[in-house]
Design a protein around this ligand. Structure first.
Ligand code: NPW
Ligand code: ATP
Length: 664
C-alpha cells in the first residue's frame, strides 16, 4: 500500500474536501442520522476516500468529521454573535454549511464542554487522538441526534489548559461527564460552573479566537513544510539533470572523437537546446549507439532571427537558410524557413519557423531538445509519494457501441504512469469496461439524468480530463460532455479532446476556444471537420503545417495535435513535428492510446518545476511525449505481431517504449 505522508498527522485541504464530499452525500448522512452504530458508515466513507486516492482509516475519517463539526458549530455561533472572525474558525465553513446548514446547532456551552476534552487533541494529532478516542460507535451525535437520543458521553481523562488572553483559566478536566444540552437535555452543570466566574461571551469569544489563531499557525507551518519539501524535490531533480548533462557531454566527446561534441549549448539536459526567446536553436550533433529512429522538431520562435540546425543524416552539414518558399511536403530535415511563408495571409509574417531534425538516440539533439523536455517533466518515483500524486485522469466516453476506446485511453494513462484512471461512461458500457480491467474506476453516470453533477463531484479529484474516446454522438451525451468541459475549465484542469469530443468542438468551437490548457488531437478527418467549421472553407491539404497553425490560432492558440504520417503539434506559435518511426499498421484505437497517455503527460507538464519545459508551452511538450510514445509502441508491437498488431498489443509495449524513449 502506498504511504500517505500526512497520514495520522494532518489532513490536506484537498483531502478534507474529498472527505466532506463523501460525508455530505445524502446516503451517508441518512445512514448516520440518528444512528449511533456508525462504524460501518465510516468504513464505507474511508473506502470511498481510498477510491479517490486518500488512504485513511475509518476512525481517522470519523475523528476528522467530528473535529470539522466542532469547528463549524463554533464558527456558526461566532457568526450569530456578529464576530467577523467566524470564517477563521472553520476553514470549510461553506462546505459544512451546505451539509449541516439546515440543522439546528448545538448549544455553544456544550461545544466548550465537549471540545475542550477530546477533539482539540485529535484534530492536530489524530494518531494520538485515535488511541484515546472512544470506539467509533460512541461518535458525538449531531444536535438532531441529541434531541432524539439524550445520551451521556464519556471522554478520556486529561486536562486541557485554557488561556484567556494572558489570564490562565482553571483547566477543564476531561473526566467531566458531558450531557449534551438541547431543549430536551439538561446542560452539564460542572462545565458551566467552571466558567461561571467569567462573562461567558467574553470567554467564548477569546477561546474561539485563540483556537482559530492556533489552527491558522498550524496550517502556515504545514504550508512551509510542504514548500520546503517541494524545493527539496526540485533540487534533487536538478541534480539528476546535471548528472545526465555531464554524462551526455562525456559520451558526446567520446563518440565524436573528442572534437566539437560539447559546443553549441550542451549535451543532455543542456539549456541551450531550444531558445524561443532569442530565436536561436543550437544543436550539437553527437553520436551514440542506439536506434537510428528519425525524429524531427520544427520550432517557430517569436523572434525574427532564425537559424538552421543540421540534419541527423549529415553531421557536417553547415547552417543554411531555407529557400524563401517552403511547403511542408517538400521539407527537408534540418531546414529553416520563416513562418511567413507558411502563413502569408494571417498577419504572422514576422514569425519565423525553425525546423530541425535529429535521430532519436543517434545524436545529441535527441537528448538536449524536445525529448529532453519530456524527460524533464516526468516525475521521479520516490517513496515519499502517495497514491494519486502522479496523476488522476478522467475519461469522458464509453457508450453502448464503443467500449474499447475509453478502455484504451484509460489503461494507457495508467500504463504511462498515472496513478488512477476514471472512466465516466453510460450505464450499459460500464460493466463491459470494468470487465476488461480491474485497474479502472468506472462510473456508469454519463446517461443518468444528473450526469453533470455526478461527474462534477469528481472534478476536484481529477488532474486531467480526456473527453471523447467512445463518447458517441448522441445529443444528450454531447451536451453532458459540453457542460463537463465548462466546469473543468473553471477548475483550470487540462482537457484533452479527441474523437467524438472533436465532433462536439466542430459544432460548438466556443466550448474550448481560447482555453490555454485545452489540447485537440484530431486525425486528418477530424481535423478537416474542425478546420472547415472554423474557416468556412475547404481545407487546402498541401500544407499541413500552415493548416494546423491556422486552426490553432483560430481556436485561440489552443494546442492542436494533427495526427498522421508525421504528427504536427502546434500552439500557433511553435510547431513540433514528431516523426518517430511507427509502422504501416493502422488499427483502430491508436488515437485512444495517444489521448489517454496525453492525459498523464499533461498533468506532469503542468506540475513540473517551472524551468522543466524551458520556454516551451507545456502542452506541446506533453503532446510530443504522447505522440512519440504512441508511435514507438506501434513500432515495437509491429515488430512482434506484424499485420496482426492491435492496439492491445501496443498497450503491452508502453512500458518498454517509455523506457526506451524517456528513461534510457
Ligand atoms: N475499439 C473501439 O471501441 C474504438 C472506438 N473508436 C471510437 O469510434 C468513434 C468514432 O470514431 P471514428 O474515428 O471511427 O470516427 P470518424 O473520425 O468520423 O472517422 C470515421 C471515418 O473517417 C475516415 N477517416 C478516419 N481517419 C482518417 C484519416 N486519418 N484520413 C482520412 N480519413 C479518415 C474513415 O473513413 P473511410 O475511409 O472509412 O471512408 C473513417 O472510417 C469514436 O468514439 C472513437 O473513439 C475508435 O477510437 C476506434 C476504436
Ligand atoms: N500514416 C501514419 N504513419 C505513421 N503513424 C501514423 C500514421 N497515421 C497515424 N499515425 C499514428 O497513429 C496514432 C493515432 O493516429 P490515428 O490517425 O490512427 O488516430 P485516430 O484515427 O484518432 O485513432 P482511433 O482509431 O483511436 O480513433 C498517432 O500517434 C499517429 O502518429
Amino acid at each position: 500500500m502506498l504511504v500517505n505522508p500526512t497520514r495520522g498527522f494532518l489532513w490536506s485541504d484537498a483531502e478534507t474536501r474529498a472527505l466532506l464530499t463523501i460525508w455530505g452525500e445524502q446516503d451517508v448522512q441518512t445512514a448516520l442520522d440518528g444512528n449511533f452504530r456508525n462504524s460501518h458508515v465510516y468504513r464505507d466513507v474511508a473506502s470511498r476516500l481510498g477510491d479517490m486516492g486518500y488512504d485513511r482509516t475509518p476512525d481517522q475519517c470519523r475523528i476528522r468529521v467530528k473535529s470539522l463539526k466542532r469547528q463549524y458549530y463554533q464558527a456558526k455561533d461566532a457568526f450569530k454573535k456578529n464576530n467577523g472572525q467566524y470564517r477563521k474558525l472553520c476553514k470549510f465553513f461553506e462546505e459544512m454549511e451546505r451539509i449541516l446548514g439546515n440543522r439546528p446547532t448545538v448549544d455553544p456551552q456544550d461545544m466548550i464542554d465537549s471540545v475542550a476534552v477530546g477533539d482539540e487533541m485529535m484534530d492536530g494529532t489524530e494518531e494520538e487522538g485515535e488511541g484515546t478516542e472512544q470506539s467509533s460507535d460512541s461518535y458525538m451525535p449531531t444536535a438532531t441526534e441529541y434531541a432524539e437520543h439524550p445520551v451521556k458521553i464519556e471522554y478520556p481523562s486529561y486536562t486541557i489548559p485554557v488561556t484567556v488572553g494572558s489570564v490562565p483559566v482553571k483547566p477543564i478536566n476531561s473526566q467531566t461527564r458531558v450531557t449534551p444540552s438541547t431543549s430536551s437535555c439538561r446542560p452539564c452543570r460542572r462545565g458551566r460552573k467552571r466558567v461561571a466566574s467569567l462573562p461567558l461571551d467574553k470567554l467564548l469569544e477569546r477561546f474561539l479566537e485563540q483556537s482559530a489563531e492556533a489552527e491558522e499557525n498550524f496550517y502556515k507551518m504545514e504550508e512551509q513544510r510542504l514548500q520546503q519539501e517541494e524545493r527539496r524535490r526540485e533540487a534533487e531533480h536538478a541534480r539528476e539533470l546535471h548528472m545526465l548533462h555531464m554524462l551526455g557531454q562525456i559520451f558526446g566527446n567520446i563518440s565524436s572523437g573528442g572534437g566539437g561534441g560539447g559546443g553549441g549549448g550542451g549535451g543532455v539536459g543542456g539549456r541551450g537546446g531550444v531558445s524561443t526567446a532569442s530565436g536561436n536553436v543550437s544543436a550539437t550533433p553527437m553520436q551514440s549507439a542506439s536506434s537510428p529512429t528519425p525524429m524531427s522538431v520544427h520550432v517557430a520562435p517569436t523572434s525574427s532571427s532564425w537559424s538552421q540546425v543540421r540534419s541527423q543524416h549529415s553531421r557536417q552539414q553547415k547552417q543554411q537558410q531555407k529557400p524563401p518558399y517552403h511547403h511542408h511536403h517538400h521539407h527537408q530535415p534540418g531546414t529553416v524557413s520563416p513562418l511567413s511563408h507558411h502563413l502569408p495571409d494571417h498577419g504572422l509574417e514576422s514569425v519565423p519557423v525553425i525546423e530541425r531534425s535529429f535521430s532519436l538516440g543517434s545524436s545529441a539533439h535527441s537528448m538536449e531538445n524536445t525529448l529532453q523536455l519530456v524527460k524533464n517533466i516526468i516525475p521521479p518515483l520516490t517513496s515519499k509519494k502517495h497514491k494519486g500524486q502522479d496523476g488522476r485522469v478522467g475519461i469522458i466516453g464509453g457508450c453502448q457501441e464503443y467500449t474499447g476506446a475509453p478502455y484504451f485511453a484509460a489503461i494507457s494513462a495508467l500504463k504511462v504512469g498515472a496513478d488512477l484512471s476514471h472512466v465516466f461512461c453510460t450505464k450499459d458500457a460500464a460493466t463491459v469496461i470494468k470487465s476488461y480491467s480491474p485497474e479502472l474506476i468506472v462510473h456508469p453516470v454519463l446517461d443518468s439524468p444528473n450526469a453533470v453533477e455526478e461527474i462534477e463531484k469528481w472534478l476536484p479529484r481529477l488532474h486531467t480530463l480526456v473527453v471523447g474516446p467512445g463518447l458517441g454522438r448522441e445529443d444528450v451525451l454531447l451536451k453532458t460532455a459540453k457542460e463537463v468541459i465548462e466546469k473543468s475549465k473553471t477548475r483550470d484542469i487540462p482537457i484533452v479532446i479527441d474523437a467524438d469530443g472533436l465532433w462536439l468542438v466542430a459544432k460548438q468551437p466556443s466550448v474550448i476556444q481560447g482555453y490555454q490548457k485545452g489540447i485537440l488531437t484530431p486525425n486528418f478527418m477530424e481535423f478537416s471537420r474542425l478546420y472547415e467549421a472554423m474557416h468556412q472553407e475547404p481545407l487546402d491539404s498541401t500544407d499541413h503545417h500552415r493548416n494546423a497553425q491556422q486552426l490553432s490560432i483560430a481556436m485561440g492558440n489552443l494546442t492542436v495535435v494533427l495526427k498522421g504520417e508525421e504528427d504536427l503539434i502546434t500552439d500557433g506559435n511553435m510547431v513540433l513535428t514528431c516523426s518517430q518511426e511507427g509502422s504501416g499498421r493502422r488499427c483502430g484505437g491508436q488515437g485512444d492510446l495517444l489521448s489517454g497517455s496525453l492525459g498523464a503527460f499533461a498533468h506532469w507538464a503542468f506540475n513540473a518545476p517551472a524551468d522543466a519545459t524551458k520556454s516551451v508551452n507545456p502542452t506541446l511538450v506533453a503532446a510530443f511525449g504522447a505522440t512519440s510514445l504512441t508511435r514507438q509502441c506501434n513500432r515495437q508491437a509491429f515488430h512482434k505481431h506484424g499485420r496482426s498488431t492491435t492496439t492491445s498489443d501496443m498497450i503491452q509495449e508502453i512500458s518498454a517504449a517509455f523506457k526506451k524513449l524517456f528513461e534510457s
